[in-house]
Design a protein around this ligand. Structure first.
Ligand SMILES: NC(=O)N[C@@H](CC(=O)O)C(=O)O
Ligand SMILES: [Zn+2]
Ligand SMILES: [Zn+2]
Length: 432
């Protein structure tokens, strides 16, 4: 099977390429990247005016299976990922049962092999049942194939236990994804601590809650040979801590989610629980700091923190509704609209943060368009303008604050190991 992608703008951060060329795939591999390939093939994709990029990798996704299949499943989440241009996603362990032993890891891998359209890499929990009392079976999960450990959904509050986890991760060479939140400080807050929460009479979550645990984990990690990654950072203070720490320790990485550079606390209204997520939407000054950090490389990765919830739960009051919004199908247009179009990131930098750096953090041989590599490829039309429509999401979760937003940038094709999964923006589903 030969597939030829003609006349696209090949964007490859590793070779620093941003140039119109053709790309040929044979079976599951990239076999040529050059100008004017004239060869008899099985299928030609016309990529004129489009970007041809290494398949996007989202290191922060909640797939909800096992346990919360009414919110999302491995199958529906993988369809959502494919539509969003992601060829590999990492799934967080806050499922039921929690991913804290090899059996749950294997369950997810087996289901993913049968049902998923994209590569799925489970992340194991740090503590048993995510209860914060004793370490999970990290070594056996590593042997089963987890790509990292995280307590996401919450932080490990006990510093000595977090230290122990970092030591184990260092020994096993597993990255640690830290959800930075001091739960004593965030307490029962539901939005950013600031003018807007006082105006609305809602309880706030201060930036301190994030910054204190970010600083703690950086201090704990820098004594060890370990990859510490800060999840969904949202405040100017965390950006500053990170920028300073990176001068001493090059292994620390951090991600930001599209909603944290697109919306502020001003978007919060008590009847729109799709503005409720953790960490919460912050302020204009935080967005400015995040954008600067994206531009200067302090923030390495853009991840979605795709957190689907059922309408029934999101219809509860602002206080009772769960935290989280979906993100897989809005990431590319938000990044193009808010960052690339506004000159904050070049297309190469965007792809570096959505494919190359995630691959490097996970130690994957991906994130590059090069002869001989597995053909995970995404084709994006960066000029298409349209309104985001939750009803078109493949995700079961419709909890997005971006419904109706006019954006630029559309994922047209997603190719996983040489196989066309999305064509003209639509899924070609042959697995369910
Ligand atoms: N981000 C969220 O608001 N929610 C996430 C948990 C998390 O990422 O911490 C979820 O699992 O729903
Ligand atoms: Zn989290
Ligand atoms: Zn999360």
């Amino acid at each position: 099977m030969k597939l030829l992608i003609k006349n696209g703008r090949i964007i490859d951060p590793i070779s620093n390429t941003d140039e119109v060329k053709d790309l040929m795939i044979e079976d599951d591999k990239i076999v040529a990247v050059k100008k004017n390939i004239e060869e008899k093939v099985d299928k030609i994709i016309d990529a004129k005016n489009c970007w041809v990029v290494p398949g996007l990798i989202d290191i922060h996704v909640h797939l909800r299976e096992p346990g919360f299949e009414d919110k999302e499943t491995i199958s529906s989440g993988s369809q959502s990922a494919a539509k969003g241009g992601f060829t590999t996603i990492c799934c967080m362990p806050n499922t039921n049962p929690v991913i804290d032993n090899k059996d749950v890891v294997k369950y997810i891998q087996e289901k993913a092999n049968k049902e998923a359209l994209v590569n799925i890499l489970p992340i194991g929990a740090i503590t048993k049942g995510q209860e914060g009392r004793e370490l999970a079976a990290i070594e056996e999960m590593m042997e089963a194939g987890i790509c990292g450990i995280s307590e996401d959904g919450k932080a490990v509050m006990k510093a000595t236990l977090m230290e122990e986890a970092l030591e184990v991760a260092s020994k096993l060479k597993l990255p640690v994804f830290s959800h930075c939140e001091d739960h004593d400080l965030s307490n029962d807050g539901v939005m950013n601590e600031g003018d807007r929460c006082r105006e609305l009479g809602l309880k706030g979550i201060s930036p301190d809650a994030e910054e204190i645990i970010a600083a703690r984990d950086i201090f704990l990690a820098q004594k060890l040979d370990v990859k510490l990654h800060l999840c969904h950072i949202s405040t100017q203070g965390t950006v500053e801590i990170l920028r300073q720490s990176k001068k001493r320790d090059k292994r620390i990485t951090a991600e930001v989610c599209p909603h944290h550079f697109t919306l502020t606390e001003e978007a919060v209204t008590p009847n729109n629980t799709n503005t409720k997520m953790n960490p919460p939407l912050r302020t204009y000054k935080d967005i400015e700091a995040i954008k600067e950090a994206l531009r200067d490389g302090t923030i390495d990765i853009i991840a979605t923190d795709h957190a689907p919830h059922h309408e029934r739960e999101k219809n509860l009051s602002y206080v009772e509704a769960p935290f989280g919004i979906v993100g897989l199908e809005t990431a590319v247009p938000l990044v193009i609209t808010e960052l690339v179009d506004k000159g904050i990131l070049t297309p190469i930098q965007m792809i570096e943060k959505m494919s190359t750096k995630p691959a490097a953090l996970l130690g994957l041989d991906k994130g590059e368009l090069k002869i001989g590599k597995i053909a995970d490829v995404t084709i994006i039309n960066p000029y298409e303008v349209y309104d985001i429509d939750i009803n078109k999401f493949a995700s079961k979760g419709k909890n997005s604050p971006f419904h109706g937003k006019t954006v630029k940038g559309k994922v047209n094709y997603t190719i996983v190991a040489g196989k066309l999964i999305v064509e003209n923006g639509e899924l070609l589903v042959d697995k369910q």
